[in-house]
Design a protein around this ligand. Sequence first.
Ligand SMILES: [Zn+2]
Length: 124
Amino acid sequence: MKRRRLGKSERQEVYQKCNGHCAYCGMGIDYKDMQVDHAKPLRIGGEDDLSNMLPACRSCNHYKSTLDIEGFRRYLSGIHKRLMRDSIPYQVAERFGIVEHKTDDVQFYFEKLEGRRNEKRGSY
Ligand SMILES: [Zn+2]
């Protein structure tokens, strides 16, 4: 899949979209470590332009891979179930209260940012 090479200012613009954080997990990322993710992957018809690009850390970019946003959410939402099925140390850790399952509901960092923006808009 051929993709456009971003200019410096375009890369900056992607980086600024989430104020220097990964759009998915919200971890702070250095500019040089940022990976540019296509929110809707090119291979399923996503556009190769800035509106379809989000800053991602290496890990999220790797796990999201060729998934779209909802596919990535489904993947993450299923992790706890898979751990309970496949990982005995995890099962033990949960039983002893070492780890605690909080939620399968995944909200991405960029969605939290959008929510905050919408709240601000609502309060004017
Ligand atoms: Zn991330």
